[in-house]
Design a protein around this ligand. Structure first.
Ligand code: NAD
Length: 341
């Protein structure tokens, strides 16, 4: 099947070309981000493959459909950039990679915790500068701390298990609790207000949907412990960045670690080191000494890339052969699946 890849990088080409030896699809890689200005590149491609910051809003989907695209294959788990309702109306099937090494994202979240609680990012730079002072590097033990996990699905569960290994107590909040979470020693479900009020570290692992948009906002920040650490490896839109900045300035948020940012489309996955960044909010966030930002690299491990390529190509083959689409994202007009575009 002819497949047009958008936002493709060298590592996409490598992982997909290697995996495609077993699938024999006809892959074309475009550097361009998918949006209504670039969708015409996919003319004549029945399948389009998009990544997290490619935009599949109504206008883009209409162009794809009019040019013959019938399958939108997401090489990601999250589908918040897809107008599922419009896709369904246009007869475009949407498939995704629901799970690909959830360890990759969970372990990065733990990495952000360790960076922040021991100020490793500052220590690394100091020693390289022959500054061996410990002033300002005082950390805290994770052992005995309370960790709040918002969203206890595949990634949240692994994050919780790792943090339990550090000797932390776990509080979970999930719209759809699962019994496995409470099987972890020292883990129990609580209401969101209790999680906010009792956690030393809060890590977000729920999807971005209308009801989770700005889950972290002035009201929820107000409910948190002073000096709380907030970690977000899920989607940028879960945090109202302006509110987080106010929380950092007031001292309410003591540490912020993010792998995702609500306006990341204009920044992430590209080298802007010779560019004047126009996003003042991002620049302000970067300037704080207690904030660590990574550029959406949670998924970026060898195991995850291999799994993403294999599952995506299987999804495409299933569609081509008229097989059931086990990884289809079906539009359901209920609040829990209402996608944000
Ligand atoms: P998952 O579907 O296994 O788990 C999500 C959990 O969130 C589920 O348990 C679900 O019940 C829960 N949830 C749904 N609505 C909720 C709500 N309103 N409040 C609280 N919890 C709610 O998904 P996953 O594989 O664990 O991935 C989680 C998220 O991680 C994805 O949605 C995606 O946005 C993000 N992600 C980020 C990266 C990265 O590179 N940083 C990579 C993959 C996934």
């Amino acid at each position: 099947m002819k497949v047009a890849f958008f936002s493709s990088k060298s590592y996409d080409r490598q992982s997909f070309e290697a995996a495609n030896a077993d699938y024999h699809h006809d892959l074309t890689f475009f550097d361009a981000q998918l949006n209504s200005n670039t969708a015409a590149l996919a003319a004549g491609f029945p399948a389009v493959c998009k990544f997290v910051n490619d935009i599949a809003d109504a206008a883009t989907l209409e162009i794809l459909a009019s040019n013959g695209t019938r399958l939108l294959a997401l090489r990601s788990a999250g589908f918040d950039q897809v107008d599922l309702k419009r896709a369904a109306e246009l007869g475009i099937k949407v498939v995704r990679v629901p799970a690909y090494s959830p360890y990759s994202v969970a372990e990065l979240a733990v990495g952000l915790v360790l960076m922040l609680n021991r100020k490793l990012y500052r220590a690394y730079n100091r020693v390289r500068d022959d500054n061996f002072s410990l002033e300002g590097l005082l950390g805290f033990d994770l052992n005995g701390r309370t960790v709040g996990v918002v969203g206890t699905g595949k990634i949240g569960m692994i994050f919780a298990q790792i943090m339990q290994g550090f000797g932390c107590s776990l509080l979970g909040y999930d719209a759809y609790p699962n019994s496995q979470f409470e099987a972890i020693p020292n883990a129990r479900y609580v209401s969101l207000p209790e999680l906010l009020a009792s956690s030393d570290i809060i890590s977000l692992h729920c999807p971005l949907m209308s009801e989770t948009h700005y889950l972290i906002n002035p009201n929820t920040i107000e409910q948190m412990k002073p000096g709380v650490m907030v970690i977000n490896t899920s989607r940028g839109g879960l945090i109202d960045t302006a509110a987080a900045i106010e929380g950092i300035k007031s001292g309410k948020i003591g540490h912020l670690g993010i792998d995702v940012y609500e306006e990341e489309e204009a920044l992430f996955f590209q080298d802007l080191s010779n560019t004047i960044i126009q996003d003042d909010t991002f620049q302000l966030l970067q300037s704080f000494p207690n904030v660590v930002i990574t550029a959406h690299q949670g998924f970026f491990t060898q195991e995850a890339l291999c799994s993403i390529a294999t599952t995506t190509l299987t999804n495409i083959t299933d569609f081509e052969q008229g097989q059931p689409l086990k990884n289809e994202v079906v539009y359901q007009p209920s609040p829990s699946t209402k996608a944000l575009v």
